[in-house]
Design a binder for this molecule. Structure first.
Ligand code: HEC
Ligand code: HEC
Length: 261
C-alpha cells in the first residue's frame, strides 16, 4: 500500500499536467517509421532474465495513467485491458511498440527508455501485469450476430488463440477472451487494413477475407468468452491495493484540464 505524503500531494498536480500535455502532443509529433522487425534481441534478453515483481509494481505506476491501476483499460476500448495477458505477449508488444514495429503514438513516449529502461524493466513489468486479476465485466458488442461470430471464431481462430480465446504464452498468441469489444474490433480492422503491422501473416490473410460486419460479429463473440474464474477479480469494484485510492486516470486528468477555462 502506498502512503500519500504531503510532498507527493504537492507533486501530483504538475506530474499529471505534464502527462496530460504529453498525451495531447505526442500524436502530432510521432513519425511513422519504415516497417522494422520487432527487436527480437530485446525480447530474447528479457525472457532470459529473472523478473522482479516488486520493481514491476513500481514501474507500473506510469502505465496506470492510461491502463488504469487495475490494468483494466477503459470500457471504450481506447486503452486495452492488459491485466492477465501472457508475459511473453506483453514483452513482445512492448518491444514492438518501442521499435515502432507496432504504431502506438499515444503510448510511445512511455514505452521508451526513460520510463522503461530495458529488458529487465520489461520483464519486471510483464511479471506484474500478467498477475493482475482481470475485469469481470468487460464491454461486449450488441449481441445481434453471435451465431455467426461463433462460427467464424471456431473455424478460424482457435488454432492459435485457443477454444476460449485464452491464447498461448509460449507461442506469443495473445489472450483475447474478456477483452473490451471496441478494442478487439479496432485491432481486427487494423489487422485487415495492414495498419497493425506486427500482426501474424497467416492471421492477416484470414482476416483480410472477412467483411467489417463479420469482424464485428467475431469481436462480439470473443469479448463474451470468459477467462477462467481464477483469473478474474472477485467483483467489478475491486481496486488495486498497490495504488492510492485517489488515483486519477489520464482521461480523468484530461477532462479536468478541459474544464479549466
Ligand atoms: C498515454 C497512454 C498510455 C500509457 C501511459 C501506456 N499505454 Fe499501453 N497502450 C495505450 C494504448 C492507446 C494502447 C492500444 C493501442 C492500439 O490501439 O493499438 C496500448 C497498448 C498496450 C499494450 C498492448 C496490449 C495488447 O493487447 O496488445 C501493452 C502490453 C501495453 N499497452 C502496456 C503498457 C505498459 C507496460 C505501460 C507502461 C510502461 C503502458 N502501456 C503505458 C496507451 C498507453
Ligand atoms: C496463425 C495464428 C493465428 C490465427 C489463425 C489467428 N490469430 Fe489473431 N493473433 C495471432 C498473433 C501471433 C497475434 C499477435 C500478433 C502480434 O505480435 O502483434 C494475434 C493478435 C490478435 C489480436 C490482437 C490482440 C491484442 O491484444 O491486441 C486480435 C484481436 C486477434 N488476433 C484476433 C483474431 C481472430 C478474430 C482470429 C480468427 C478470425 C485470429 N486472430 C486468428 C495469431 C493468430
Amino acid at each position: 500500500m502506498l502512503i500519500t505524503t504531503t510532498n507527493e500531494k504537492k507533486m501530483k498536480q504538475p506530474l499529471f499536467l505534464f502527462v496530460g500535455i504529453i498525451i495531447t502532443l505526442t500524436a502530432s509529433s510521432y513519425s511513422i517509421a519504415t516497417p522494422k522487425q520487432s527487436n527480437q534481441d530485446e525480447v530474447k534478453t528479457a525472457l532470459d532474465l529473472t523478473p522482479n515483481i516488486e520493481n514491476g509494481k513500481k514501474l507500473y505506476r506510469n502505465c496506470a495513467l492510461c491502463h488504469s491501476p487495475e490494468g483494466w483499460g477503459n470500457p471504450s476500448g481506447r486503452f486495452p485491458q492488459i491485466a492477465g495477458q501472457h508475459q511473453k505477449v506483453i514483452i513482445k508488444q512492448l518491444a514492438d511498440i518501442r521499435s515502432k514495429n507496432r504504431d502506438n503514438p499515444t503510448m510511445y513516449p512511455f514505452a521508451r527508455s526513460t520510463y522503461l529502461k530495458g529488458p529487465q524493466a520489461m520483464a519486471d513489468m510483464a511479471a506484474y501485469v500478467s498477475k493482475l486479476p482481470m475485469v469481470p465485466n468487460n464491454t461486449v458488442g450488441s449481441g445481434d450476430d453471435l451465431k455467426k461470430g461463433k462460427k467464424i471464431f471456431d473455424d478460424n481462430c482457435t488454432k492459435c488463440h485457443g477454444d476460449k480465446g485464452e491464447g498461448h504464452n509460449d507461442d506469443y498468441y495473445p489472450r483475447i477472451q474478456g477483452q473490451h469489444y471496441e478494442y478487439l474490433l479496432r485491432q481486427m480492422l487494423w489487422i485487415k487494413s495492414g495498419k497493425r503491422r506486427n500482426a501474424d501473416k497467416k492471421m492477416v490473410k484470414q482476416i483480410e477475407g472477412f467483411s467489417e460486419a463479420d469482424l464485428a460479429a467475431v469481436a462480439d463473440y470473443t469479448s463474451r468468452l470468459k477467462p477462467e474464474k481464477s483469473l478474474l477479480a472477485d467483483h467489478k469494484d475491486w481496486r488495486n491495493p498497490d495504488f492510492r485510492k485517489n488515483f486519477r486516470t489520464a482521461p480523468q486528468v484530461q477532462k479536468e484540464l478541459n474544464d479549466i477555462k
